[in-house]
Design a protein around this ligand. Structure first.
Ligand SMILES: [Zn+2]
Length: 122
């Protein structure tokens, strides 16, 4: 629920009176200017603290675990499909292709897991 403009202006002047600083950055949710209140970045309109995501690399770091778990889900689904095909296959050439595909899928899966663990540790 969005509070009224009168409320917003009152909260803003209260904040400024208590020493808050208006910043050039804007809130990603409502585009209002952000304030630094007692060392914390806050949006006065949303009345919530805001987490600063500056660099593109930080954005990437923040979304990497999600990307990796999506990749792992996709890979395990493919591994499942390939395994089912392999079970049914009697053709040497097809078996060879399926084995190669499975091998690279498993390798990628392992790399993704390793990367996830490294990210969790850091
Ligand atoms: Zn806001």
């Amino acid at each position: 629920m969005m509070s009224s403009d009168a409320d917003y202006i009152r909260r803003m002047s209260d904040a400024l009176r208590s020493g808050a600083k208006m910043l050039s950055e804007i809130c990603p949710v409502c585009n209002s200017p952000l304030f630094e209140v007692k060392g914390e970045l806050r949006c006065i309109r949303c009345d919530k603290p805001v987490v600063r995501v500056h660099e593109e690399s930080e954005t990437l770091a923040a979304s990497t675990p999600i990307i990796l778990s999506r990749l792992e889900n996709a890979l395990s689904a493919k591994i499942d499909v390939m395994t089912a095909l392999l079970q049914r296959s009697g053709e040497p050439e097809e078996i060879r292709l399926l084995s190669e595909t499975l091998s690279s899928l498993i390798k990628l899966f392992r790399e993704s897991r390793k990367l996830s663990e490294e990210l969790r540790k850091s």
